[in-house]
Ligand binder design. Sequence first.
Ligand code: PGA
Length: 248
Amino acid sequence: MRQSLVMGNWKMNGSRSESQALAQAIVDGLNAGDQGIAVCVPFVYLSDVRGIIESTPVALGAQNVADQEKGAFTGEISAAMLKDCGCTYALVGHSERRTCYGDTDQSVAARFCQAQKQGIVPVLCIGETLEEREQDKTFAVIDEQLNAVIDMAGIEALANSVIAYEPVWAIGTGKTATDEQAQEVHKYIRGLIAEKNQDIADKIQILYGGSVKPDNAKALFAMPDIDGGLIGGASLDAESFLSIYRSV
Ligand code: PGA
């Protein structure tokens, strides 16, 4: 049985005090024995949130990581810096990074490798746009995005990673993939990995992301290849985030 994981992605939202209050409200809503929960926080508030979630089951994540180790890369944040701030996870290749900031399959693979070098678990985000889905290119896009990482990092590297399938057309749009649509792609992703390493395929957590809300989470998470979720908008409210977490 795979441990499930529900991860909030706060994106570029909130102030310092709001971030602290949100983290505190999540911690306050936990029960004994809870695990498999994380929040991806804006870089500048990582340390504030760490102070609140340290020694609780809530793990800390960043929303991106540099594709270089260190040096003259103004404005970038290295994996070593994230480690220093207490991060367990870092998102790589979120579609907003790919679309708005030019992250390529190559740079995403390099970010994945940098995170792992520092012992941070990369959460590799992959998924097709609406146009690609309508042109029946969903599986081809998944192949390309996943293989770029496997080619650079090696299949074994996936053992210490998480995958998030996020159809771009479902992110922040209120349109969720149906349970069957999501399951179909999750199963495909696991199958691709299984062709190279069955053990890793059986163990890797594959999260679904894209307009997950308290009212649709349960059905999505019930699918056999969906191991939890990456939650954007609904993670900004502790009550709805915890309700989604309780749906696993
Ligand atoms: P959403 O975002 O839940 O607001 O659609 C998900 C994500 O981008 O990770």
